[in-house]
Design a protein around this ligand. Structure first.
Ligand code: CTP
Ligand code: MG
Length: 393
């Protein structure tokens, strides 16, 4: 028995209910996962071994453009079945009829699918195609409704309340024997029937259509609030930045750490204000997004940075980080100095850095340590700072 089955993917609508929200763009052409929305259905349907080819129905005036995009997407990610582009019609049922006309002679079954349902699963496609074996008139997916449904008359009065347990909200793909569906569409044309899905035509022709379990996720992008489902929030990547800086004593700048003036006898040699802690912190921040270091950003050959407060430089670095999409999470700061004793200033420095970074206090840590009289800090020739920042990008 010939079981050749094609899919018809409808992408010829105007998306009027969404046009204000999309700026007039037809919803099937919105970008989703790096391709137009209709491509998502191509991938889902073609991945089923039961599908042997796909006809894509586009608006007549956009067909050439869409077909070119189809070819390039196909080249980059071959769906493994033939794809045919067709011009659609004014009403959905016209687009279906035109799609059916484009199917090959040996095709026996067809699945009609709305490209506005991008979340269709390959499993559902295969379930439908498989169920065609035990049906005469067609198989469609449906889900139980959670709202009570009323039938109302033109003035809004309730005419009838159908028993909810017998109701199903039906979706696409809808699967049919091709010749029966073609005949149903021909009859609809001849008799002027207007329908919103293909199963309705088959029902009117007296065929039995069976409903199988659909998918709750297989929703149709219809109203502006559905667009949120297409927004792809990219997961933030954690990143760390490390900073290290040294300043020699014996200069003319009073000691400043983390924007806090410590003062005292140890004067620092520097071009800017010589805040070794903020310098190491800025380098750590720049390290989070590969932006080089403060030497490159604020060269000491530039007179503009002579004696400048490092708080101003930090502000600039924070703006660059924000522009690069970096969101600071935590900072761990250590100053290494034999003298002066920093413990009395530790909490003030920590609070000030938290304020400068606009972080809650419990996400900033400050430590001071010595090198036990060893090395250049031990010999009171200078001091250094190391910092580690964590951020999300
Ligand atoms: N469709 C089509 N040809 C038409 C009308 C609709 O191919 N003449 C397609 C749409 O592209 C959509 C599917 O049929 O994938 C379901 O239709 P619907 O959700 O109503 O989409 P639109 O008609 O585009 O939207 P609207 O009714 O809001 O204008
Ligand atoms: Mg419509």
């Amino acid at each position: 028995m010939n079981k050749t089955c094609w899919g018809v993917i409808l992408a010829a609508g105007q998306g009027k209910r969404l046009s204000t929200a999309t700026g007039g763009r037809e919803k099937q052409f919105l970008r989703y996962q790096g391709a137009p929305l209709w491509w998502r259905s191509v991938l889902a349907l073609s991945a089923s071994p039961r599908i042997h080819g796909l006809a894509l129905v586009f608006p007549p005036d956009k067909k050439t453009e869409a077909e070119a995009e189809m070819r390039s997407l196909k080249k980059a990610n071959p769906p493994g079945v033939p794809l045919v582009a067709v011009s659609g019609g004014v009403r959905r049922q016209d687009s279906v009829r035109l799609g059916l006309a484009a199917l090959p002679r040996d095709c026996a079954f067809v699945l009609i699918h709305d490209s506005a349902r991008p979340f269709v699963s390959t499993a559902l496609v295969s379930r439908l195609a498989l169920a065609l074996d035990d049906t005469d008139g067609g198989v469609i997916p449906g889900v139980a409704v959670s709202d009570t449904i009323k039938e109302v008359n033109a003035s809004g009065a309730v005419a009838r309340t159908p028993e909810r347990s017998s109701l199903r909200a039906v979706q696409t793909p809808q699967a049919f024997p091709l010749e029966l569906l073609r005949a149903a569409h021909a009859r609809a044309e001849a008799e002027g029937w207007e329908v919103t899905d293909d199963a309705s035509l088959m029902e009117r022709c007296g065929h039995t259509v069976r409903v199988i379990e659909g998918d709750m996720e297989n929703i149709k992008i219809t109203h502006p609030q559905d667009l949120a489902l297409l927004s792809e929030a990219k997961p933030a990547l954690p990143c760390c930045g490390y900073g290290y800086d040294v300043h020699a004593y014996g200069g003319d700048r009073p000691l400043i750490l983390g924007g806090v003036t410590i003062g005292g006898p140890f004067l620092v040699r520097a071009h800017s204000d010589g805040d070794v802690l903020l310098h190491a912190l800025m380098d750590a921040l720049l390290g989070c997004f590969g932006a080089g270091d403060i030497g490159r950003l604020f060269p000491d050959s530039d007179a503009r940075f002579e004696g400048i407060s490092s708080v101003i430089l930090l502000d600039r670095v924070l703006s660059l980080a924000a522009e690069a999409g970096v969101r600071l999470v935590h900072a761990d700061l250590t100053v290494i100095a034999q003298k002066p004793r920093l413990a009395p200033h530790a909490e003030t420095i920590r609070r000030n850095v938290a304020r400068l970074l606009d972080l809650p206090l419990d996400r900033v840590s400050f430590k001071a340590t010595t090198e036990e009289h060893l090395g250049f800090t031990g010999e009171l020739r200078g001091l250094k700072a190391v910092t580690l920042v964590t951020a999300l990008r």
